[in-house]
Design a protein around this ligand. Sequence first.
Ligand code: GLU
Length: 441
Amino acid sequence: MAMLQAKHPGESEYLQAVQEVLESIEEIYNQHPEFENAKIVERMVEPDRIFTFRVTWIDDRGEVQSNLGYRVQFNSAIGPYKGGLRFHRAVTPSMLKFLGFEQTFKNALTTLPMGGAKGGSDFDPVGKSDNEIMRFCQAFMLELWRCIGPDQDIPAGDVGVGGREIGFLNGMYQKLAREYHTGVLTGKGATWGGSILRPEATGFGALYFTQHLLHKAGKDIKDKKVAISGFGNVAWGAVKKAMQLGAKVVAISGPDGVCVVPDGMTAEMNDYMLDMRASNRNKVEDMAVKFPGKAQFIAGKKAWSVPCDIALPCAFQNELSEDDAKELKANGCWCCCEVSNMGCQPGAIHFFQNNGVLFAPGKAVNAGGVATSGLEMTQNAAHLSWTAKEVDDRLHQIMESIHEQCVKFGTRADGSVDYVKGANIAGFMKVATAMLEQGII
Ligand code: GLU
């Protein structure tokens, strides 16, 4: 860590993500001198390569805009580079390196042959028109297309990139590359190579994982109160599946505050989240305006201030602090499944683990999204589409397997499970073994 800090000063998110993994694997690493001889850790913490490019486009007023674009190809030991694109004003190389690093472990957990990558831009979608989004996506692809390919690197969505953006990106890729296969991006529309259930998959998978975790702890999700942050694609799928499983979603939050929903979200309210995202306003208050009497908006507050049994962070890294964790616990929360990538700060994770709150990390909980991207790649390669049931059954199996891997590597002496350790060791062992077997490259 000291070497890495000296080499990459100020890359706080990236260093945080690496630190968490190294702490978890220290013991097992020291039992494998062959890893040390091949400098597996030193090689695994650095991306294979990073592409950086300028993206120039013209806004609706006719003014020239310039952003930075990136693709971090992190690790290809177990398969082609795979991971989403994030469009957010705060995107930096440090953020994408942390996400690419996490993705490598997460993809290893899915049981599918996918390496890790991440990309994106500091482009801010908030307040942009559909035409501006399209022009930006086209300009972004003008640079990215040479770095990607169906057997090489397969991007998908992440924060700020959903079905609409994947459509614009795919259209431009086909035009530039003159390749009309369907396999270069995942999260595509259902009529042009997308997998059924991919939009729901991250949220659905997170709830399947939560069910397994609760079952292992002798608990059930039915009638439990759930607080969720975010109102993007991931939160939408999580709310939908939580409701199907009989839980009550009592809060959703955004950067402007929280909407408290004492009687629980309805299907109509959940569908409205899609309109909220597409509006590019980034305001959760819109829910309370649309459904007065059902949702009450409180400005400046997080979902973690609302009493609940289960907390599901579904928004952004480091969105849940140690103080939030304490407030959740004081209000009766006993389980937190991290759905966003690195959604909980280290202090929050330690507080949960030391105070009897069940906790599981994002790389295990949210892996259903990229796993279903992997299923989309399989369908594309075979030139066919599976039914919703086939995709859902496979997603179920994958989430069960991820849970089993966490239990295998994370069970403590008292029989309880350290899911952070379990997920990190399981992912590490797979990638490290693959690297070792393929020589010094
Ligand atoms: N961005 C998602 C993630 O963090 C999905 C990536 C993908 O489907 O490739 O895992």
